[in-house]
Design a protein around this ligand. Structure first.
Ligand SMILES: Nc1ncnc2c1ncn2[C@@H]1O[C@H](COP(=O)(O)OP(=O)(O)OP(=O)(O)O)[C@@H](O)[C@H]1O
Ligand SMILES: [Mg+2]
Length: 474
């Protein structure tokens, strides 16, 4: 048993600031076991942070330590990547390597993964910037709305009927100075606006016309390959036109907020930052890499697997890809590949590609003890999910610990007797176990449902014992 001294992870910490140990601890919250794999990704991530602290000429020579995760289905390969993505402030994308061999994607250009990654990075940076300017944007929007709600002409009827509610309508008559008075009115409006009391009022604002004709130019693929976004282009062409539109204050707030964001965020600098991030911190998770291993030509209409490997190779080795935000160098993007490698082996990959994935980690098959932990330990574990789901209908599910062991036992048993699909088995088993309760749901008389070993046995044992049945049902 390992005890982590500094294991507690502050959720606010970004992946870049975390030590490998902290990264592993963060992953531990979601993924049970698989320490070797967690360590490998943690080290790889830390190494890139280290690289960035080196003098530039040396940094350029330090290549990312790409990883292949090997493990049978349902043991947590994708789960590790998925969690890493959520943790990381790095641009992250998950790509199924096998999709490049599929009929629909014949010859689909693998560089698209870099473009997609860049899109993700741009969106990340943009939303970060939008948080930075949020206060300023909100302030501007508020002022603009107040201008709209309180037009200078005092005889305007809409103005009048609102001010009446505010008890200030007759303030003028009482000899209060106009300036002071209108300032006070404005502040009262501001308060009401902030309290959401004016949400249903109508205002008229100038909007940019967006209803450009819909033209399908070429297939989406062709356009994507050019790295051009048609919608953006058309959006720009029609941006000049404006018209007046009446809308409710709450809608106008949203609209103006967007407009302010566009005005306050410098998209050029967003793009530059995003490109930099992709180049130095991007992570591509290449799932199902075993599906493209093998050097024989493809069968039938599939694109040859070796062909796909050859396409991917330059990207992993380092090349320059043209995106609509600019050129991206792929040298320092980290690749994490994963595959079951049941039929093929990593050595079936073309040698050049093998060399580019120096780190191999094997994920262990999950045991019954692991299943027990997977059911209960992770944040949002399966059991916690079902509990929460039923709680929305006032049903309290209480799992006794003997029930958890029984479920894990059954999962292990079925995995052994039919096919080992790892933790995925838990999903089918628990679903079957709770079928009745899920169905009855709100109609249940007894609001506290206790799940113990007996209940598990009564719901599952017949199905599990019958191999034919379990093959279909579990
Ligand atoms: N070690 C684990 N800890 C917690 N949950 C796990 C673990 N392994 C698998 N799971 C659960 O099982 C499900 C399937 O796991 P995952 O998607 O990671 O499988 P995989 O290893 O990528 O398999 P495949 O080769 O079929 O893609 C996940 O949704 C996750 O909830
Ligand atoms: Mg997977």
């Amino acid at each position: 048993m390992v005890i982590y001294l500094s294991g507690e992870v502050d959720d606010e910490l970004s992946l870049d600031e975390m030590s490998p140990r902290q990264i592993v601890a963060a992953l531990d919250k979601y993924v049970v076991g698989q320490n070797a794999a967690k360590r490998a990704v943690a080290i790889a991530l830390r190494n890139r942070v280290r690289r960035q602290k080196l003098p530039p000429d040396m940094a350029a020579d330090v290549m990312p330590k790409n990883i292949i995760m090997i493990g049978s289905t349902g043991v947590g390969k994708t789960e590790i990547a998925r969690r890493l993505a959520k943790l990381s402030s790095s641009p992250f994308i998950k790509v199924e390597a096998s999709k490049f061999t599929e009929v629909g994607y014949v010859g689909r250009d693998v560089e698209s993964m870099i473009r997609d990654l860049t899109e993700i990075a741009v969106e990340m940076v943009r939303s970060q910037k939008s948080k930075e300017i949020a206060a300023k944007a909100e302030h501007n929007v508020e002022e603009r709305l107040l201008d709209l709600l309180l037009p200078p002409s005092k005889s305007s009827s809409s103005y009048f009927d609102i001010t009446e509610e505010l008890d200030t309508a007759n303030a003028n008559a009482n000899g209060v100075k106009v300036d002071d008075n209108s300032q006070r009115t404005r502040e009262k409006f501001r308060q009401q606006l902030r309290d959401g009391k004016l949400a249903n009022r109508m205002v008229e604002i100038e909007v940019h016309e967006r209803n450009f004709p819909t033209i399908e130019l070429a297939g989406p693929q062709g356009v994507e390959e050019m790295g051009i976004n048609m919608k953006d282009m058309l959006g720009n062409i029609f941006q000049g036109k404006t018209k007046m539109r009446k809308m409710r204050v709450d809608e106008a707030t949203e609209y103006l907020m967007q407009e302010e964001e566009e005005r306050l965020i410098d998209m050029d600098s967003v793009a530059r930052t995003a490109l930099e991030r992709v180049e130095s911190a991007g992570i591509i998770f290449l799932d199902e890499i075993d599906k493209i291993a093998g050097r024989e030509g493809g069968h039938g209409p599939d694109v040859s697997r070796e062909g796909v490997q050859r396409d991917i190779l330059p990207i992993v080795e380092g090349t320059t890809v043209n995106t609509r935000y600019g050129m991206v160098r792929t040298d320092h993007i980290l690749f994490i590949a994963a595959g079951a490698f049941h039929v093929s082996k990593p050595s079936d990959l073309i040698p050049e590609l093998q060399g580019r994935f120096p780190i191999r980690v094997e994920l262990e098959s999950l045991t019954v003890a692991d299943f027990e932990r997977i059911l209960t330990e992770p944040k949002n574990s399966l059991i916690k999910q079902y509990k929460a789901l039923l709680e929305t209908e006032g049903i309290e599910l209480e799992f006794r610990s003997d029930a958890i062991s029984a479920i894990a036992q059954f999962a292990g048993q079925v995995n052994q007797s039919t096919e080992d699909i790892g933790a995925r088995r838990l999903h089918t088993i628990v679903e079957k176990l709770l079928e009745q309760i899920s169905f009855e749901g709100p109609d249940l008389e007894e609001k506290t449902q206790i799940i113990d070993e007996n209940y598990v046995n009564s719901m599952l044992s017949d199905t599990v014992k019958d191999q034919d049945l379990s093959r279909y049902i579990l």
